[in-house]
Design a protein around this ligand. Structure first.
Ligand code: ATP
Ligand code: MG
Length: 568
């Protein structure tokens, strides 16, 4: 491609809304432009990269036996009413009406559509298993679109759905997708990790997230420094270790603590460590209230609380709700609670003796409170976030943290959708059975951004070979010079014939401008054609290492092949 013809509007300035490197560089390098908050146009350079990711995804999905289809973005509300998600999905669902006032949604995901498709067109075990996938635009009205296409409101996803006759079949389909995802992200050159994630209401070990490792990731990954264990913080299991120390139980005492509310203030006031306090957190769980207790130095994990009490929706009680149940903010505790509030506690709370907790009375705490003696707990369970240094639940090693961007997600759905939508098949005995489903997503546009996030420096993007929009940038320093122009053109033609994707900067710009743009766009190899063109000498620069070397054009094919090898 000749750069003089390419629609490639690069920018010197960082766009004001860009907080992170990938967003900044994807706009500056002319890959994309924002149309509205969280809605982007892909320009030629950006779209090439997107297509490269799609190509890898297609090849690996096809290899795994999945079949490509395309489903509509517009979906009738009735389908979503069948599964109850018309209400449950909430404001993230983009809703619209047609001219007859009928309700529709712009699909955020396609379980409803694909389940109805298979239900209506396939009804025998002979046709199962089947795995259908598509690469398609999704719509989600995110509360806070940000980070460019990492969290946008319109984005491209690959979504696949497997249908099996039974659970072991699903396990196999799931493993096939897990392996395909591993190949996809490896080929895309990402540093990533598959982590166990929370399966929500479905339970079991039914889901993994594929995380691109990055400081700007919104998810925390807890991983073991000795073995393979890795889990999303929301899911990571804490190993309960009984606190061996024996302490005599003292008489509980009420203590005035005016304006002493936070753990830090309490530690100061009581001259005690955080682990000698109980934190009480009140949740609204569906239509009841639940109090969760953790030790003062621990953080409650609301997903674990939600799973323990089997709530559909669990949220922190608002200040208003807390006032309604007559609890004084900052002085809340488990002793003498109003009726009807269930108390659950983290296992570490069971071992506490003579600790401080709120007295449910403005400006008062109790000291020397002991569970079992001074208050009752209905269930003890793992309810806290794991912390660095905790024991690994698999091998006893140590847990460390990393941050990740979720680029893919594999999920065992079971019969959740087939049951609600009546997706059944006839088995060998002519008996009707529910199909057993799995779903598997990859954020295509997010993967491109995650790749840029992992591969950049202060001057711009540093493309890995596999996703680079072009692999080679040929830059004649002065296109008015005929020798330079001709040599650059020869190199351009030759390398293209050899099968490389080449961008030729034939613009009549100053060398400085061209080099700045070249670094910003970040193609793996730059070949500069300058003053020694007449001798057939050019300068080659590796974007990643910034190494440059002069060579004769006859050496270029071998050199390029070698660099390709080393960057793959
Ligand atoms: P997140 O927790 O980041 O919102 P999710 O759990 O809602 O993600 P899924 O429903 O599993 O995501 O969607 C499958 C994939 O689609 C995700 O792994 C992610 O790569 C991508 N994705 C989800 N939401 C967005 C978005 N708003 N913008 C870009 N990609 C997205
Ligand atoms: Mg989401």
């Amino acid at each position: 491609m000749k750069q003089s013809k390419l629609f490639l509007p690069t920018l010197r300035e960082t766009p004001a809304e860009a907080e992170i490197a990938s967003h900044k560089f994807m706009v500056r390098a002319g890959m994309m432009r924002q149309l509205a908050s969280g809605v982007y146009t892909y320009l030629p350079l950006g779209y090439r990269v997107l297509r490269k990711v799609q190509q890898i995804v297609r090849e690996e999905m096809d290899r795994a036996g999945a079949q490509e289809i395309v489903m509509p973005a517009i979906q009738p509300a009735e389908l979503w009413q069948e599964t109850g998600r018309w209400e449950a999905y909430g404001p993230e669902l983009m809703r619209l009406k047609d001219r007859h006032n009928r309700d529709f949604v712009l699909g955020p995901t396609h379980e409803e559509v694909v389940t109805s498709l298979v239900r209506d067109n396939l009804n025998t075990y002979k046709k199962l298993p089947i795995n259908l996938y598509q690469i398609q635009t999704k719509y989600r009205d995110e509360v806070r679109p940000r980070f460019g296409v990492i969290r946008s409101r319109e984005f491209i996803m690959k979504d696949a759905y497997s249908f099996d006759t039974d659970r072991p079949g699903l396990d196999q389909s799931y493993q096939g997708m897990y392996d395909a995802y591993t190949s996809i992200f490896t080929r895309a050159g990402l540093k990533f990790r598959a982590v166990e994630a929370d399966a929500g209401a479905i339970g079991g070990k039914g889901t993994h997230e594929f995380m691109a490792l990055s400081e700007i990731g919104e998810d925390t990954i807890a991983y073991c420094t000795s073995c393979n264990y890795a889990a999303n913080l929301e899911k990571a299991e804490v190993v309960y270790k009984p606190d061996g120390g024996q302490k005599d139980q003292a008489e509980m005492e009420k203590v005035a603590t005016p304006d002493v509310k936070t753990i830090a203030q309490l530690m100061n006031h009581f001259n005690a460590e955080a682990r000698e306090f109980i934190k009480a957190i009140v949740f609204k769980a569906d239509d009841r209230f639940v109090m969760a207790l953790v030790r003062g130095d621990h953080e409650v994990n609301d997903i674990k609380v939600k799973n323990l009490i089997d709530a559909n929706v669990l949220e922190l009680a608002t200040d208003k709700e807390i006032a309604e149940i007559r609890l004084p903010l900052g002085f809340i505790g488990p002793v003498g609670l109003p009726d009807g509030i269930e108390v659950v506690a983290d296992t570490a709370v069971r071992d506490l003796v003579n600790v401080v907790c709120g007295a449910n009375e403005q400006d008062f705490h109790y000291k020397n409170a002991t569970p079992g003696k001074d208050f009752q707990v209905s269930q003890y369970a793992d309810l806290r976030n794991i912390v660095e240094g905790d024991e690994c639940p698999r091998c006893g090693g140590h847990i460390a943290f990393a941050r990740g961007i979720e680029v893919g997600h594999v999920f065992k759905l079971g019969t959740r959708y087939s049951e609600k939508m009546g997706a059944k098949f006839l088995d060998e005995n002519g008996k009707e059975q529910l199909m057993v489903m799995g779903c598997y997503g990859i954020g295509i546009s997010r993967t491109v951004a995650a790749c840029v996030e992992q591969n950049n420096d202060e001057d711009g993007i540093v493309w890995p070979w596999g996703l680079a929009p072009y692999q080679i940038h040929v830059v004649p320093v002065n296109v008015k010079n005929e020798e330079q122009r001709n040599l650059a053109d020869t190199i351009y033609q030759t390398l293209q014939k050899a099968g490389y994707e080449v961008l030729l900067d034939d613009r009549p710009e100053r060398a400085g401008v061209k080099f700045k743009d070249a670094d910003l766009i970040g193609l793996p190899i730059r070949i500069t054609v300058g003053g020694k063109a007449a001798e057939g000498l050019v300068e080659c620069k590796i974007r990643k290492t910034r190494e440059t070397q002069e060579m004769h054009i006859d050496s270029l094919p071998d050199f390029v092949a070698e660099i390709k090898q080393s960057l793959q």
